[in-house]
Design a binder for this molecule. Structure first.
Ligand SMILES: [Zn+2]
Length: 86
């Protein structure tokens, strides 16, 4: 099989707008990068740009962080928890 189906990752990658710049995560310079976040402090904000390879790795890391292997075995509470009012 030579063709593979377009997955969620490819769709996400294609949705970003890319421009020429430096990747914050790897040593690649003057390549297509997209803004993936920022470092903020009281003094201001530094935007972070990443290349497609690093964006793909960050998206995968995000997916893994949200879906740990033990998650499906966690017991679901039977009754909704009481919401505490402030
Ligand atoms: Zn990179």
């Amino acid at each position: 099989m030579t063709e593979r189906p377009v997955g969620r990752l490819e769709i996400l990658l294609a949705a970003y707008e890319y421009e020429l710049g430096h990747c914050f995560r790897c040593p690649r310079r003057q390549i297509q990068v997209t803004r993936v976040g920022e470092i903020t402090s009281p003094e201001g904000e530094t935007p972070l740009y990443a290349c497609r390879t690093c964006v793909a790795e960050l998206l995968l890391a995000h997916d893994r962080a949200l879906d740990p292997p033990d998650r499906r075995y966690r017991q679901i509470p039977r009754f909704p928890r009481q919401v505490e009012s402030p």
